[in-house]
Design a protein around this ligand. Structure first.
Ligand code: UDX
Length: 462
């Protein structure tokens, strides 16, 4: 099939590349000339495991190409994916200017070129319920008719960063929202090779498809937040959230996934989507109280370690204290730092005068860009370390903010020896509490009991 993908951000680039891998002919469009130039020269512009192999193959075998010219991509396309940004506007609602702007451009081009034939336009971005209708209106404004010249389909993506290629190639389900039988059939044909294992393609109306995406992300964010509150309570009553997780996760109605307590969820999707669904409800005159609670609890959860750190280091003023941070990305296997809990922790520590030294295997550049955009405030400082060990070296305390695999089994004797004080605050529960105490650390994690640190002489191995 011939496919156009408008927008070469995260979703567009992964989607376009994977469609090409499945044998389709794909042209990706973006208005960002420097990005398109990079992609044309064979450089993958995002970090996503497994993407490069398919990307290189798509280009080499001429199934994948990039352009800044919408017309060039639109003309041959049977299906046109809109994978455009929908950033939250001031009021928390999703800003649709890019999606509707491109719909307008497409309408103009299709009206001027009737010989280009019928097109299926697909909303791939996460858009508020009702957007498919607005896209139809924007295209019809050019004298075209839905059902005859084009149809609009809502096809939400459920990609997780870090495993996006796998998620795209083998989705647990594909949701297709359209009232048009013709568009439904084309989309089903396009996706059939991706669900050969028998996973379902679920066809429904546009509004339900749009709602499915918000409901999925909001429920997952709620699940995490619920466990974070259970963890906070475990801390108070002396229970262990890891044991509770195993205890409840074996109930198939609950399921064992997404029950890991920590310093809150981040990323580009959960915070934005929970906020947008809350906003949609409010616009309809309905107060979605649970979602407000999820947002509030998650905000607080990001700083749950800060009072523990100040208490351990002798008070609110952290001047003269060095704090190591392991992890900057909002989760492992990505360089994405949007809404990253690590950043919130760093802001709090710098505001109190601490010298923060941070390490992340992938997310230093993105962090630098984020703090250039919204500078850190306060008397403290932030520097970047070359390795996890370097970030711990000379530190009064070490904070684990992202559970990169390499943080799970470091040489902890070496870490302890290099630190000024053996204080570890684990925001992702990557270490065993008892073992950390045996190794001589004063160790604090999320929702798990602490044990008294053993006395380990410097130079001795525990
Ligand atoms: C999410 C959805 O999973 C995906 O389906 C959707 O399309 C986009 O949003 P992503 O943002 O890549 O994907 O991250 P995900 O792996 O879902 O994690 C989100 C956040 O939740 C991370 O900050 C992660 O650290 C946190 N999390 C996840 C927890 O704190 N505990 C858990 O048990 C699981």
């Amino acid at each position: 099939m011939n496919i156009a993908v408008v927008g070469t951000g995260y979703v567009g680039l992964v989607g376009g590349t994977c469609f090409a891998e499945m044998g389709n002919q794909v042209i990706c469009v973006d208005i960002d000339e420097s990005k398109v130039a990079k992609l044309q020269s064979g450089t993958v512009t995002i970090y996503e495991p497994g993407l490069e192999v398919y990307f290189d193959r798509g280009i080499r075998e001429n199934r994948l190409s990039f352009t800044t010219d919408l017309a060039e991509a639109l003309e041959p396309a049977d299906v046109v994916f809109l994978a455009l940004p929908t950033p939250p506007a001031e009021d928390g609602s999703a800003d649709l200017q890019y999606v509707l702007g491109v719909a307008d451009d497409i309408g103009k081009l299709l009206a001027a070129n009737p010989d280009w034939g019928y097109k299926v336009l697909v909303d791939k971005s996460t858009v508020p319920v009702g957007t498919a209708r607005r896209v139809i209106e924007a295209v019809e404004a050019h004298g075209l008719k839905a059902g005859e010249h084009f149809d609009v389909v809502s096809n939400p993506e459920f990609l997780r960063e870090g495993v996006a290629v796998e998620d795209f190639m083998k989705p647990e389900r594909v949701v297709i929202g359209t009232d048009s039988e013709r568009a439904g059939e084309i989309m089903t044909r396009l996706y059939e090779p991706f669900v050969r294992s028998g996973n379902p393609i679920i066809v429904m109306d546009e509004e339900s498809a749009e709602m499915t995406k918000y409901a999925a992300n909001s429920l997952l964010a709620t699940k995490i937040t619920f466990m974070n509150e259970i963890a906070n309570l475990c801390d108070l009553v002396g229970a262990d959230v890891d044991k509770v997780r195993r205890g409840i996760g074996t109930d198939s109605r609950i399921g064992s996934k997404f029950l890991y307590a920590g310093i809150g969820f981040g990323g580009s999707c959960f915070p934005k989507d929970v906020q947008a669904l809350h906003r949609t409800a409010r616009e309809e005159g309905y107060e979605f109280r649970m979602l407000q609670a999820v947002l509030d609890v998650n905000d607080d959860q990001k700083t749950v370690l800060v009072p523990r750190i100040t208490a351990a280091l002798g008070g609110e003023d952290l001047t003269g204290k060095t704090i190591g941070i392991w992890g900057l990305a909002f989760k492992p296997h990505t360089d994405d730092v949007r809404e990253a809990p690590a950043h919130v922790v760093i802001r709090e520590l710098v505001a109190r005068g601490a010298s923060v030294q941070a390490f992340d295997p992938e997310a230093v550049e993105t962090t630098q860009a984020a703090f250039e955009h919204t500078p850190l405030e306060g008397p403290g400082s932030l520097t970047y370390s070359e390795s996890a060990y370097a970030a711990a070296s000379g530190a009064d305390a070490l904070v684990v903010a992202t559970e990169w695999p390499e943080f799970r089994r470091p040489d902890l004797d070496r870490v302890r020896e290099s630190m000024k004080q053996p204080l570890v605050f684990d925001g992702r529960n990557v270490f065993d509490s008892k073992r950390m105490a045996e190794l001589g650390f004063t160790y604090s994690s999320i929702g798990r009991p602490s044990y008294e640190a053993a006395t380990v002489e410097r130079g001795a191995t525990a």
